[in-house]
Design a protein around this ligand. Structure first.
Ligand code: F6P
Length: 343
């Protein structure tokens, strides 16, 4: 079978491991010919491809990023984009497509499937906010990178008796902040799901510092929001899927904390460091299992399905379910575990 593969949305450690597994099992076991679409849906719209085979994928298991590139192009927002996708698939004789991506990429895959395109999805996002799968690859790596950074911030914060605000990714959900905050021993964790009150944050830090010579690490997810009226944030630009460009809450918070408490405060935005570089062993295994399950799904004719991790198993779920609802953090992990260490 001639099978197309694309990676869309923000890149993520483990993408190459998924592609490698699709190619290995596709070529060696199913006898497929694999075609990579360059730069996500943009490559399908523009008909830009690259051949994928076992030789091309050699050495890519530990490599971050994606060898076929990615973009945030939404064919439904490009003039004639959907018709162009159909034409490309038919001109190139692509019999099935594997779309590896998050909410936006899989949302497009789901719509195209409803219009007759034979597509299988693989869930990807460091944010881990996709419903219908217990976990996405890249999340474990991002948490490890953020935890390593927080460990380093502790020693410099302690030496100077400072507050350090550490901003991590997490647009709609605070999974990375929560896990890295717990693992890194944060004094406060601020997440999009729980709007924060700046007075309360400062009161908790003051109470902590009044107990002695203490430094504090505040971990904040980029999408964290102040309670209405407690702090004003600036408006930002939006992308093709209507998402605002985030990044910068740490600066606002650090300035406010220093002004309100008098504690010397610094901030660090981890940003794309969390998405770059080699995947952890856990993510390499998950990615490999997803890739193999995806090419098997193609051969079973399970179109309109996404591979998903449920407990110890890799299962299939309808693409429509995967993009229907965001998976937010577990409130009990926040309130019953993380919060015990706040202040
Ligand atoms: O892929 C998800 C994500 O990493 C979010 O956590 C973050 O808000 C966004 O991507 C950043 O996007 P970009 O790389 O386009 O700046």
């Amino acid at each position: 079978m001639r099978v197309g593969v694309l990676t869309g949305g923000g890149d993520c450690p483990g993408l190459n491991a998924v592609i490698r597994a699709i190619v290995r099992k596709g070529e060696r076991i199913h006898g497929d010919e694999l075609v990579g679409f360059l730069d996500g849906w943009r490559g399908v719209v523009e008909g830009r491809t690259t051949p994928l085979d076992v030789e091309v994928m050699r050495g890519t298991l530990p490599r971050g990023g994606t060898v076929i590139g990615t973009s945030r192009t939404n064919p439904y927002k490009v003039d004639g984009g959907v018709e162009a996708c159909r034409a490309t698939l038919s001109d190139l004789g692509i019999e099935a497509l594997i779309a590896i991506g998050g909410e936006d990429t899989l949302g497009v895959a789901s719509k195209l499937h409803q219009e007759g395109v034979r597509v299988v999805g693989v869930p990807k996002t460091i944010d881990n906010d996709l419903s219908a799968t217990d976990v996405t690859f890249g999340f474990h790596t991002a948490v490890q990178i953020a935890t390593d950074a927080i460990d380093r911030l502790h020693t410099t914060a302690e030496s100077h008796d400072r507050v350090i605000v550490c901003e991590v990714m997490g647009r709609h959900a605070g999974h990375i902040a929560l896990y890295a905050g717990i693992a890194g021993g944060a004094s406060m964790i601020l997440v999009p799901e729980e709007p924060f009150d700046i007075d309360e944050v400062c009161a908790r830090l003051k109470a902590r510092h009044e107990k002695g010579r203490f430094a504090s690490i505040v971990v904040v997810a980029e999408g964290a929001q102040p309670k209405e009226g407690s702090l004003v944030l600036q408006d930002a630009e939006v992308d093709a899927f209507g998402h605002v460009k985030l990044g910068g809450i740490a600066k606002v918070l650090a300035d406010e904390i220093e002004a309100r408490t008098g504690f010397e405060t610094r901030m660090t935005i981890l940003g794309h460091v969390q998405r770059g570089g080699t995947p952890t062993a856990f993510d390499r295994v998950l990615s490999t299992r997803f890739g193999i399950a995806a090419i098997d799904a193609v051969h079973d004719g399970a179109f309109g399905q996404m591979v998903s991790s449920k407990g110890d198993a890799i299962v299939r779920v309808p693409l429509a379910d995967a993009v229907g609802e965001l998976k937010t953090m577990d409130p009990s992990l926040y309130h019953e575990v993380a919060e015990v260490f706040f202040g």
